[in-house]
Design a protein around this ligand. Structure first.
Ligand SMILES: Nc1ncnc2c1ncn2[C@@H]1O[C@H](COP(=O)(O)OP(=O)(O)OP(=O)(O)O)[C@@H](O)[C@H]1O
Length: 609
């Protein structure tokens, strides 16, 4: 039998179009052809199990070979094969109908829309023409009494089909590599492509006498069959030379969508660094991409591992993915699983959970900020740590501080430091008062504070240096001033003059005599505004500006220094005031440059006076 025919495409020259516009992704032809071979093999295995195929399965490897001289790449399987009729139906009609549809839609669109369309088609068999100018199929069906078939197509819409002597069941696809695709004749290149896409295919793939894949990756197994070692070993295989993961989650669901996978929590410490160890996306063990944006919620992109789902549409553009219902469900499912796993770790091993907190805190806070459902779960296990190193949950902490840190308006004031070293004086003052101070010094903490204030009732956060200790948490009782109102005004004027900086707002306050003579603070509100401005990219100038616009300088009316400044002679009084102010700057880490030099000199003078 010999037949010539025309593939039912009504558009001329579709191959040049496709070839040109899919250029960047040419290598996927191998993934498509090898997965077709694997599918055909698996179908035969199923037929065997169903009793519809009674012959010997024999060795079922898929073999990939390359012949540089002959300029061919051959993909051979011992799967169910195709008769000539089936080739006409499956290759000429099915495989090429995708192409026709593609070109039809493609013709009318502008460039941006074209990019989107390209993404929407599974290329399948047809992608062979991205690298070959002639493709042959030699196939023999598993069915009894069928003849081998030989199909040839040169990339035009013409094909030829004839019978052939093929002894063995299965299909050989032979690509005659085009002149512009020489790279694919390099065995090293092919090996790289195979390891990228086919490393976990369920049927053995042989290349240059070696099996290149693991047919049973651990995510396809039951968690009960696996040990911790299996999980960490697999992690090392995925990401060689990486630090071992903290823990992992084995995903396994088959309704209402199908999904398996393993997500690993890496050690991330306190950085929002997007790692190179990305989550890999598979569909039935075929690698698809490691661009999992939209499939995995953004805050979980810091995780590592694999996700395998036949329900994730392949070769689709981003906007398509975002709208896809299955993808949305997968997203929700993964978020829930991660929250459940964290809750379980917290419940079962609180000490271990606290130990890992510096690594997982970031995920948890990021998750709470970006997903309300996650917030609802995580609010019970998110941890706060105080300056003494003790951990609390949100409710434990509120309970812990509420007796002491309620202000006169019944607001619980949570005190925190963003840098326990630099703010040491203020932290100490708060602790001396019997208050507790939290360490909130991580990347996302300023946002996290904002969220907690919104969600928790009657709770406000204040950084320890937001005010003088007496006013940080305002109580009913007030300390009496030993100074008269006149003296207070005079003191205020003396200090303003000595400081002579419009950014410094001097006020005289009745603090405890044990407090410092002068204290510089930045009101919480003001500082947050500044932080926001900075985060919003206020430009390099603001980034490196050493002072915020406004500081509060509280002069302690009850400190002996106040009396001395008031009673000293003009020049000596100014010197004292400046010295007291510089001390306050020093405590805030703000004394620098010329001012610091002057301070050191003045201190020496005062010591010898
Ligand atoms: N090696 C093979 N052995 C047997 N049948 C094959 C083989 N390769 C392709 N086919 C048949 O040709 C059809 C078309 O293949 P093609 O790869 O274009 O699309 P597909 O595999 O159905 O979908 P996809 O776009 O996901 O690859 C297949 O469905 C299958 O029936």
């Amino acid at each position: 039998m010999q037949e010539k025919g025309s593939i039912s495409i009504h558009t001329e020259n579709i191959f040049p179009i496709i070839k040109k516009f899919l250029y960047s992704d040419h290598e996927i032809f191998l993934r498509e052809l090898v997965s077709n071979a694997v599918d055909a093999t698996q179908k035969l295995k199923s037929l065997g199990q169903l009793g519809e195929f009674k012959g010997e399965l024999g060795e079922l490897k898929v073999k990939v070979s390359v012949n540089k001289e002959a300029r061919t790449i051959t993909i051979s399987d011992r799967g169910l094969g195709m008769t000539a009729e089936e080739i006409k139906k499956y290759i000429n009609q099915i495989a090429f109908s995708g192409a026709t549809e593609f070109v039809e839609q493609y013709k009318e669109k502008d460039t941006a829309a074209k990019d989107q369309i390209i993404g929407q088609f599974g290329l399948g068999f047809y992608s062979a023409f991205m690298v070959a100018d002639n493709v042959e199929i030699f196939s023999k069906s598993y069915k009894d009494n069928t003849e081998g078939a030989h199909w040839t197509c040169d990339g035009s819409t013409e094909f030829s089909l004839e019978t052939t002597d093929k002894a063995d069941r299965g299909t050989d696809v032979v690509l005659h590599v085009a002149a512009d695709s020489d790279e694919f004749l390099e065995p090293a290149r092919l090996r790289t492509i195979l390891t990228k896409y086919c490393k976990f295919l369920p049927i053995e793939i042989e290349f240059e006498g070696e099996v290149i894949n693991q047919t049973q990756p651990i995510w396809a197994k039951q968690p009960s069959e696996l040990t911790d070692e299996d999980y960490t070993k697999f992690y090392q295989e995925l990401y060689p030379f990486s630090e071992p993961p903290l823990f992992w989650i084995h995903l396994n669901v088959d309704y209402p969508f199908n999904l398996t996978g393993i997500l690993y929590f890496p050690k991330v410490k306190d950085e929002l660094q997007f790692s190179r160890n990305k989550i890999q996306l598979y569909s039935r063990q075929v690698f698809i991409t490691d661009e999992v944006k939209d499939v995995v919620p953004e805050f979980l992109m810091l995780l590592h591992g694999v996700i395998d789902s036949p329900d994730i549409p392949l070769n689709v553009s981003r906007s398509f993915l975002q709208a896809d219902a299955a993808v949305k469900k997968i997203n929700t499912y993964i978020t829930k699983k991660v929250a459940d796993k964290l809750a379980e770790l917290y419940r079962k091993d609180r000490a271990g959970f606290e130990e890992k907190w510096s690594d997982i805190g970031l995920f948890v806070k990021y998750g709470m900020l970006s997903d309300d459902k996650f917030y609802d779960k995580a609010k019970d296990f998110v941890l706060l740590q105080n300056t003494a190193g003790k951990f609390f949950t949100l409710s434990e902490y509120q309970e812990f501080v509420q007796a002491n840190q309620k202000d006169k308006n019944e607001q619980t004031v949570v005190l925190y430091t963003t840098d326990a070293e630099a703010q040491h004086g203020f932290v100490q003052a708060a602790l001396d008062r019997g208050y507790d101070v939290l360490k909130l010094d991580a990347v996302l903490d300023s946002h996290f504070i904002g969220q907690l204030e919104q969600k928790l009732e009657k709770v406000t956060f204040k950084r320890v240096d937001a005010d003088t200790i007496g006013k940080l948490i305002e109580k009913e009782e007030t300390t009496e001033s030993v100074l008269s109102d006149d003296d207070k005004t005079k003191l205020q004027e003396l200090f303003s003059k000595a400081i002579s900086n419009p950014q410094m707002h001097v006020q005289v306050e009745a603090l405890s005599p044990q407090d410092a003579p002068v204290i510089i603070t930045v009101p919480e509100f003001m500082r947050r505004m500044k932080d926001m401005q900075r985060a919003g990219g206020g430009g390099g100038m603001q980034m490196f500006g050493s002072l915020p616009d406004s500081y509060t300088v509280s002069v302690n009316a009850n400190h002996p220094v106040a009396q001395r400044v008031l009673s000293a002679e003009d020049e000596a009084s100014q010197k004292l005031a400046r010295q007291a102010f510089d001390l306050a700057l020093l405590a805030q880490g703000l004394l620098k440059g010329e001012a610091l030099t002057a301070f050191v000199k003045r201190s020496a003078d005062l010591l010898t006076a």
